[in-house]
Design a protein around this ligand. Structure first.
Ligand code: GAP
Length: 462
């Protein structure tokens, strides 16, 4: 992780937030390559789950919502973590996380505040900062960020920053049914920011207080949940592997009954092996830690029913063929965009020994998500005009970078570190044969390709 965090900073993927003011804990800013990587990941998600499907529409709802939304959704009463303070060093900890890190997630599932406190006491689980076991009682801490809408700071204007994008979808269910031609089964997809006042953020961008989600609420006929749940588990997993995440770094983990959220009766997480160096499942020591990337939850008709109750609106569906009226059930695949970016970064990071040529660090991103697709080099500055011409043509279709400084070897290493899959070199033969050399990032093999065929060649490869 240390090497990756250093590379992210050095090469402009991810910077610590507000750095010139000494930072703001656990905030991160995506730099020039990071923003491209994240944008590509979000675009691939949208393409797979919205553009290429016939049963999905998109949405971009507001972050600030009527506070009744969060009463209906259960977040005002249920969305909290067990918070404890170390009496010795004042460190603030999540009681459930202390138990989870020692005994695995099963040990903490469904435990009350009191039971969490008792377990920590019984096993003398130490404070991660000072090592003592002397905590205050566990108390419930709501994770929603509060702010005030309007110029007068009064209670009536209290609003929350949304803790999930999902509710923006549910409150627009009726609008979408009334204004589009969707028919159950269908889904609504949304990408956007969510905010949670996490007690223990950390592990780089894995858990932050401001993050982006990519969520789908897929509305189905009651009774068809098993097949659709399976469908979404498969599709979500496939999305990661199609974009190059190796299968051995991914696994499914079904939630235990008493670990399920207040709205769900069936949830599976897709987990990724993060190199965080913490305790693994059931407490075994390992250098990796399985962490949640995506959750797929069967939410029944909990949300729509709650919004019917709280808003008084009719959020039902009428089957136009049978005239049957019902409240659809929901399968929810929920992805974290920042966590996906982190997993793709970790998955791509490779150090290779090239023998006499030394070592190289290379980010083996799938070409579809690589920030820069093609780098164009003139072998010598004299060849700049021809190289620029090629660059100006290719940049209309692909994110390109032009580089004419340093040796070709150095330029390759720079592109390897940011994961550029192809480098094009314009050399002294180009004028004569109207061709260029394309060097492949992973195999380091070179192809000689006519300039006139470049565009098509890259379309096929990327
Ligand atoms: N609507 C369901 C929902 O929000 P969740 O499991 O709480 O479910 C979904 O969140 C995904 O959002 C997670 O799988 C994770 O990828 C991402 N996520 C949640 N909290 C996060 C945080 N504090 N920082 C970064 N990503 C987070």
């Amino acid at each position: 992780m240390e090497k990756l965090v250093a590379l992210c900073k050095r090469r402009g993927f991810i910077y610590p937030g507000s750095e010139i003011y000494g930072g703001l804990a656990n905030t991160w800013d995506y730099g020039p390559y990071g923003v491209l990587l994240k944008k590509n990941i979000k675009e691939q998600w949208w393409k797979t789950f919205v553009q290429e499907r016939d049963d999905m529409v998109g949405l971009d709802a507001a972050i600030l919502m009527n506070p009744k939304t969060w009463e209906a959704s259960g977040h005002v009463t249920n969305f909290s973590d067990p918070l404890m303070d170390c009496k010795n060093c004042k460190e603030r900890v999540r009681g459930d996380k202390l138990i989870e890190e020692k005994f695995g997630i099963e040990a903490v599932a469904g435990k009350s505040l009191k039971e969490i406190g008792n377990l920590i006491e019984k096993h003398k689980i130490p404070c991660p900062k000072c090592g003592k076991c002397n905590f205050t009682e566990a108390r419930s801490f709501n994770l929603m960020f509060e702010t005030h809408q309007g110029v007068i700071k009064e209670d009536s204007a209290l609003v929350y920053l949304r803790p999930e994008t999902a509710q923006g979808i549910f409150v627009n269910f009726k609008n979408i049914i009334d204004t589009t031609r969707v028919k159950v089964p269908f889904g609504i997809a949304q990408i956007g920011k969510a905010f949670r006042n996490e007690i223990t953020p950390g592990n780089f961008t894995f858990r932050t207080r401001e993050f982006e989600q990519m969520e789908i609420e897929f509305f189905i006929k009651p009774g068809t949940e098993k097949e659709w749940f399976e469908h979404w588990c498969e599709q979500a997993f496939k999305w990661f592997t199609d974009l190059g995440i190796s299968k051995d770094k991914l696994r499914f983990r079904a939630h235990e009954k008493d670990e399920l959220s207040h709205y769900s009766t069936m949830t599976k997480d897709i987990e990724f092996k993060f190199p965080f160096g913490k305790a693994g499942k059931k407490g075994e020591k390992t250098d990796d830690m399985w962490g949640e990337l995506t959750g797929i939850a069967y939410r029944g008709n909990f949300d729509l029913s709650q919004h019917i109750k709280f808003s008084g609106q009719k959020l039902e569906y009428r089957d136009s063929q049978t005239n049957e009226v019902y409240i659809p059930h929901v399968i929810e695949p929920s992805f974290g965009a920042d966590r996906a970016v982190l997993a793709f970064l970790i998955n791509a990071y490779v150090e290779e020994n090239l023998g006499e040529e030394g070592e190289r660090t290379v980010m083996k991103f799938h070409p579809k998500i690589a920030p820069i697709k093609i780098a164009i080099f003139p072998l010598s500055k004299q060849l700049g005009e021809k190289a620029k011409e090629i660059y100006d043509t290719l940049k209309k279709d692909f994110m390109c970078e032009y580089d004419d400084s340093g040796s070709i070897g150095k330029r390759y290493r720079r592109q390897d570190e940011i994961g550029t899959p192809f480098c094009v070199t314009v050399d002294f033969e180009t004028e004569g044969d109207q061709s260029v050399t394309i060097r492949n990032r992973d195999s380091m093999e070179q192809d000689r390709i006519p300039v006139a065929e470049l565009r098509e060649w890259f379309w096929k490869k990327i």
